[in-house]
Design a protein around this ligand. Sequence first.
Ligand code: NDP
Length: 460
Amino acid sequence: MTYDASTHAGLRCYFDSGQTRPFEWRRAQLRGLDAFLREREHEIAAAVHADLRKPVAETWLTETAWLRSEIRFVLKRLHRWMRPKKVGVPLHYQPARAFVERDPLGVVLIIGAWNYPLQLCLAPLIGALAGGNVSVVKPSEMAPATSALLASELGRYVDPQAVRIVEGDGEASARLLEHCFDHIFFTGSRRTGQAVMQSAARHLTPVTLELGGKSPVIVTEKADLRLAARRIAWAKFLNAGQTCVAPDYLLVQEGVKEPLQGLMKEALRLYYGSDPEASADYGRIVDDRNFRRLEALLCEGSLVEGGGSNKASRYIAPTILHDVPEDSDLMKEEIFGPVLPVRSFTTLEEAVSMVRALDAPLAVYLFSRDRSELRYLIEQTRSGGVCCNDLLFQASIPGLPFGGRGMSGMGRYHGKAGFDTFTTERSVLDRGGFPDPDLRYPPYSSGRFDLLKKIVTLFS
Ligand code: NDP
């Protein structure tokens, strides 16, 4: 659909009508979204497979089931979250009632990325609907089948006057940004995030930026190596490494480097067989540009595993490289693909300084059975989130706010954090009319002023 000034005005008018405010409306939208995910599960899986060759099981786990569990979490708590919170009123302002309401923001824009094409559009939408907003959702054109499915079908399940799907490329997003939204929720790269923030500044629109970064996984000598190997190999190569919270690089303590690499190779054979290209459970790179970028990285460091590629099918083998120099391209930019550089460290302090040398990432992953090591690494590093002895699942717990820090983004969502992002605190004071002493009104005679001072000081 085309989106112009009159479309925008129409949406604002709909928001102003108050239709989206009641709890019942919000609940109906969330239930509708759930029905879409339930009834269209097979079409969704087919669309995501067409876009990314993502295995059906992964789509279920990371998109459909993930979103449905988020909806259930929100539905159970929404009524409580919407309740105004009472605030105490000092005696000299009595009689009065004071409370904080969570007010919907208005018309919000959600820009999704292609790597989890459904989740990255609909998870923010859950927060926006729970918050009672009207939403414009722009899916990525790099996942065209999912984008088309959302555009043609979602309106049958949620109020089409309150949820608009706008298809198109980056240009279409840039045009959307010319309108004045009440909030912009963006998921994507740092560079585009900066452009989004610049556009938003024109209207002083608040933004949530869900960006990427280089998330490290640190494995110490006290880790359960087999567990670490199985989990890292799974999390890194899921969706062919195109996951914002995937471990970007591995830091392993020198003494366990060889055995860990051996166990990871073993795990990869078990997951994808001796020829991952033939495995139905291994994804592909989204487009030629990203394929070329990743292929160029395969020649850095020394090969531990993988290294193969196929331009025609945009296949990059699950690849592990070690002895990767600090100043190599692999260690400069977010990899966002199935290539895992391994570097070793001797002391925890050394691992910390390697992590600190880069911008704060979305996540830090730690493997150790020693609680004091974990505590030390948590305290000495910075990131949006932390996961100990596993990976990715910090993004799956609805009670854990999700987002980046510094260059990996700003703002939070998932669960209550999503509701908070798409509502604003509104302070309400409701005063009684009696008594209404003259003390506060001019003329401020010295006697009245003295009495006023005494009363305010006494009760403050
Ligand atoms: P981009 O920044 O290129 O695109 C993200 C979205 O912005 C897409 O919908 C895109 O549209 C749109 N877009 C493109 N250009 C503009 C523009 N000028 N103005 C406004 N919107 C625009 O993201 P990538 O494809 O590079 O995605 C990968 C990045 O996203 C990685 O860095 C990854 O870590 C990060 N990411 C972060 C996540 C998080 O939750 N923190 C989750 C997933 C990814 P179109 O695609 O149609 O061109």
